[in-house]
Design a protein around this ligand. Sequence first.
Ligand SMILES: C[S@@+](CC[C@H](N)C(=O)[O-])C[C@H]1O[C@@H](n2cnc3c(N)ncnc32)[C@H](O)[C@@H]1O
Length: 200
Amino acid sequence: MSRFDKLATEWDLKPARIKSALKTTRKIKEIIDIKDKDILDYGSGTGLVSFDFFKDARSIIAMDNSQGMLEELDRKTTQANITNIKTKLHDANTDSLPKKTFDLIVTAMTLHHIKQPANFIQNAVDALKDGGYLAISDLESEDGTFHSMGNDDVEHLGFDKEQIRGFFEDAGLELVYLERNEVVEKHRDFHIFLAVGKLV
Ligand SMILES: C[S@@+](CC[C@H](N)C(=O)[O-])C[C@H]1O[C@@H](n2cnc3c(N)ncnc32)[C@H](O)[C@@H]1O
């Protein structure tokens, strides 16, 4: 059982997590018109991103490698009678994505858990329809003290802007936005960036 399986039923109880996801979704909605779009919420967890998109989107697939997180998301959609969010168990380290399927792929606070981010970004780009967008929010480079439960499942201590620029360029994405989007206050401040790229 992963750390995220264990945390799933209490994930939404931390207001900071909801605030963080909403900071990401609100900024994305300023940049991209999500009306009637087919969206992939990658590393969806309990669906904090999906739940701010489903009213406008045509369809949302929430993928995650934590069965516990997806069960929690399914419980929430069933309870709220939401029919356009589906879940799929998927591991970025081993599984492939369908080609040319999504108008928008969003991944919030997940990239630093993925072993080979450049490969994942390339797979995500291949999963976009022409003109589609990839939006990534994640930690800026940190000193290894962000995760209070340790770094066992942490593959990268955040990313710097040049790395993100390089990933996007190598994958053939035009960078349309790259800014710090949030400051998380813990024993010190941690910074979260939002990067948005377009497949042109
Ligand atoms: C920090 S949580 C973020 C969840 C959600 N996006 C949010 O903002 O609340 C990271 C999520 O990525 C998932 N994850 C970690 N490694 C993964 C992988 N290799 N493939 C797919 N999902 C992964 C975890 O299970 C977890 O739900």
